[in-house]
Design a protein around this ligand. Structure first.
Ligand code: ZN
Ligand code: ZN
Length: 418
């Protein structure tokens, strides 16, 4: 059997691995979030694809192809629709019909539910702790037991339980390495929450407005839950929270699949409390005098309704809090690097408000990746993917030091025999 690496090689983006043996099968089929590149798949009609989760870099390229079947978890099937719809609106890369065809090819499963394909291929999904419905994939194929982590967060968050590590024996581990270098050590969730609340409280007390750009799936729900939680306990002054963009739909999907979330979320629901608060769509009232919080997509301030609200940053009383990684070439990165003015549309906006970055990542940091590695059954071989070159190579070295097993860091379009 051969493994062909289409993408996600020494890069974060376009994850896609093909197994070529008695039968071909694909793990993930992502689009590169900054370049828009997609993997080149031949004869997709007789190919089945297993998707780990609903982020663009793992499922964004699916509608470009006609697949025999698409497997994913139940929540992923709903969330993928939002990702595809957003991609269609933003890039016109594919057509509505392509989304419809893809939706009709989906067979969705529960975590731990075994699916048997022909040629005695079996697989099941484990919880990956990264976003709602996100999975690690355990795959048995031609006597090899493969564990593909997908994107993982080993620690529990407000919305999700940490990634599963209690799994069967594995021969080959394919692991992500977003924060794979020893320099990638992040503050704890508690510290991040405190910092977020302090920054919001400071601005509200001064009568200002807080603008929070977020990724629609995952980040938005966690931020909403933290802010609502502090307001409910009286630790943060109650001001209106407005939302805009596809996070509104994503949040309703989070509610529909509440049994997939951290049990604490279910407890709140049973007490009649909506953990994400009442969703109020932002309108022109946000430009009035009163303090408020505006949470909107896109997370990197590149497109999406957040652009409409940037003019609030002319006022030194107001603040923008960036909550995730800001890629090169995005307005978010310009703000992060201290731009004195930005031009989202025709008119240039002077930046007089405060810019703060508090990174709530959905990925394990370096220490958490090592903990994860130690908890998993020891594989015979490891393959490091989904990390920039330095992170991927550095993490391969760490795996070698800890487990003393051969470890590969593939480059794009190469083949590895198993
Ligand atoms: Zn992801
Ligand atoms: Zn990813």
């Amino acid at each position: 059997m051969l493994l062909k690496f289409h993408g996600g090689c020494q890069e974060v983006g376009m994850s896609c691995i093909e197994f070529i043996g008695k039968k071909r099968i694909l793990l993930d089929c992502g689009m590169h979030p900054s370049t828009g590149e997609i993997p080149k798949i031949e004869n997709s009609e007789d190919l089945e694809v297993i998707i780990s989760h609903a982020h663009l870099d793992h499922c964004g390229a699916v509608p470009f192809y006609k697949f025999k079947k698409i497997y994913c978890t139940h929540p992923t099937s709903d969330l993928m629709y939002i990702t595809w719809k957003d991609t269609l609106n933003l890039t016109k890369a594919y057509k509505e019909e392509d989304i419809q065809r893809s939706m009709e090819s989906i067979e969705s499963l529960n975590y731990y539910e075994e699916k048997v394909l022909d040629n005695n291929i079996k697989f099941k999904f484990y919880n990956a702790g990264h976003i709602l419905g996100s999975s690690s994939i355990y795959l048995e194929i031609e006597d090899k037991r493969i564990f593909y982590t997908g994107d993982i967060n080993e620690v529990s968050t407000k919305t999700l339980k940490g990634a599963d590590t209690d799994i069967e024996d594995i021969d080959i581990l394919i692991i992500e390495s977003t924060y794979g270098s020893p320099l990638d050590i992040k503050p704890s969730r508690k510290e991040l929450e405190k910092e977020l609340i302090n920054e919001i409280a400071e601005t509200i007390e001064e009568g200002g407005k807080v603008l929070i750009p977020v990724f629609a799936i995952g980040r938005a729900q966690e931020i909403l839950m933290i802010i609502n939680n502090y307001m409910r306990c009286g630790k943060l002054k109650e001001v209106p929270i407005y939302t805009d963009g596809s996070l509104i739909h994503a949040t309703s999907i989070y509610l529909s699949y509440s049994e997939w979330l951290n049990p604490k979320v279910r407890n709140l629901l049973e007490q009649g409390i909506n953990p994400f608060g009442e969703i109020k769509k932002a309108d022109d009232t946000v430009f009035n005098k009163e303090p408020c919080i505006i949470i909107s997509t896109s997370g990197m301030v590149q497109g999406g309704p957040i652009l409409k609200y940037l003019k609030l940053l002319k006022n030194p009383k107001n603040k923008i809090i960036l909550t995730g990684y800001q890629a090169e070439g995005t307005l978010g990165r310009e703000l992060e690097e201290g731009a004195k003015e930005i031009t989202p549309f025709k008119n240039t906006i002077p930046i007089r408000g405060k810019v703060v970055k508090i990174e709530f990542s959905g990925h394990s940091d370096y220490n958490s990746l090592i903990r994860y590695l130690k908890k998993l059954p020891k594989p015979e071989k490891a393959i490091v993917m989904h990390g920039e070159r330095y992170q991927a190579l550095s993490f391969a070295m760490t795996i070698w030091k800890n487990l003393k097993i051969p470890t590969y860091v593939p480059v794009r379009n190469t083949i590895l025999p198993l």
